[in-house]
Design a protein around this ligand. Structure first.
Ligand SMILES: Cc1ncc(COP(=O)(O)O)c(C=O)c1O
Length: 432
């Protein structure tokens, strides 16, 4: 079987022509920019916890959405947003006790030394700013990323998001290395570090120099490579020795998803120069941030002004504070660890020819779907749509699109995990 790399937007995307009137309207207005999930797209009307309800009343178990990570429409987040938006919402050029308190609380958690925060509205903007800072501080342009990384959608960030390339090759100032996994044999951390070293040497030899190693700490779009803990530590060391900056992209694993503290990179014991965050930060309220060493941010501010109209507004800060409250008060990191382990153990125990490796940690798991030894992206798509037929939603990831991505809200219960495991066993192993 020949399997080619897949664009992240193509994975599990709807490719029909819109028999359904609402689909037809969507395609008529958004045209080629429209991406919809599933062979039969779903119109969602409401959601609570880890469940979403469609317009026809069908309730889906949501094992896909990492943005509403403390639970869909969590009443405390909704209440905090309603209260603040009714009181005041304005840009960050005024003092706001809500925003100042949130910044202090968040900065106290991050593994970046002497950290300062710059708010943005999306993870893409946070990574874009991180790249600008690394390039300004090093005077170099080269960036190393993993081979199916996704870091966002601005012009600069698309260049370092190989999973988004549809045409043309890798820009010459970008070098790709495999994520820390089987590609490196028995010494994953050592192999990963050597690959990074070689990529940096290539950038230097070709005159680009090395600005940054930009790395999603859980390698989501690469197919979820739960860290070999030491790989990130080794990569940070190689990066520093080479004079570049380590940018930890925590847009996916941040805010407790791995079940090992708020930040995956900290759990791995690695120290980044810059950390970016987004998606779950406001539980759906659009907010993101970049945290950088104070000296790096100061150098950047000397060279450029930076203002982002909607970023760091008091409503965002209220949403973000409520998210941190809920994570703490509902013990969601411990829940991610316990329910994640239950899911992973259950999946690993399944004896099915179509299930390859099961990877991940906490409530971020990747399950390879295979035909013999080969990746089977079509099989993964069939399974995703079969699960949808059984009212369970999962996504796809990985260089070949054959990895099921299981990434539910962190409040997923043991019963909900078991329900998924039961249905998944029926679809992959057969009736019990
Ligand atoms: C690892 C990672 N970084 C950055 C981004 C970009 O975030 P946003 O879509 O908020 O711009 C994404 C989005 O999927 C992501 O997965």
């Amino acid at each position: 079987m020949s399997v080619t790399s897949r664009d992240i937007l193509d994975m599990n995307a709807f490719h029909g022509d819109g028999d359904d009137p609402l689909v037809a309207r969507r395609l008529a207005s958004m045209g080629a920019a429209s991406t919809l999930f599933f062979e039969r797209p779903i119109e969602m009307v409401s959601a609570q916890g880890a469940e979403m309800t469609a317009a026809d009343g069908t309730v889906f178990l949501d094992l896909y959405n990492n943005v509403p990570s403390v639970g869909h429409s969590h009443p405390r987040v909704v209440g905090a947003v309603q209260d603040q938006v009714a009181r005041l919402n304005t840009n960050s050029r005024y003092l706001s006790a809500v925003t100042e308190a949130y910044s202090e609380r968040l900065l106290a958690t991050v593994p970046v030394p002497d950290a300062r925060i710059a708010y943005t509205c999306s993870g893409s903007e946070a990574n874009d700013l991180a790249l600008r800072i690394a390039r300004l501080s090093t005077g170099k342009r080269g960036v190393v990323v993993t081979e199916a990384a996704y870091h966002g959608n601005t012009a600069a960030v698309t260049e370092v998001s190989p999973v988004s390339y549809r045409q043309g090759g890798v820009p010459d100032h970008v070098r790709l290395i495999p994520p820390p996994g089987p590609a490196y044999g028995n010494d994953i951390a050592g192999g990963f570090a050597s690959a990074l070293r070689a990529a940096i040497a290539g950038l230097e030899a070709d005159g680009h120099g090395f600005a940054a190693f930009l790395c999603d700490s859980i390698f989501s779009s690469d197919g979820v490579f739960a860290f070999d803990w030491s790989a990130l530590v080794a990569a940070a060391e190689v990066t520093r020795t080479a004079g570049g900056f380590y940018i930890a992209d925590e847009v996916q694993p941040g805010f407790g998803r791995t079940g090992r503290g708020l930040w995956a990179v900290a759990a791995a014991g690695a120290v980044p120069d810059i950390l970016t965050m987004g998606k779950p930060m406001g539980n759906g309220f659009p907010m993101a941030a970049m945290v950088a060493r104070a000296d790096l941010l100061a150098r950047f501010a000397e060279a450029f002004g930076y203002f982002n109209t909607f970023a760091g507004n008091p409503v965002a800060a209220a949403a973000g504070s409520a998210v941190l409250d809920v994570i703490e008060d509902e013990g969601l990191i411990a829940n991610a660890a316990a329910v994640g382990a239950r899911l992973k153990d259950g999946l690993t125990a399944l004896d099915s020819p179509v299930i390859g490796a099961v990877r991940g940690c906490g409530l971020y798991l990747g399950v390879d779907i295979v035909a013999g030894d080969a990746p089977d992206p079509d099989g993964a798509t069939r399974l995703i749509n079969a699960l949808r037929g059984r009212r369970i939603m999962v996504g796809a990831a990985g260089r070949f699109g054959h990895t099921l991505k299981i990434r539910p809200p962190l409040c997923l219960s043991a019963e909900q995990a078991d329900r998924f495991l039961g249905v998944f066993a029926e679809l992959t192993v057969g009736p019990a």
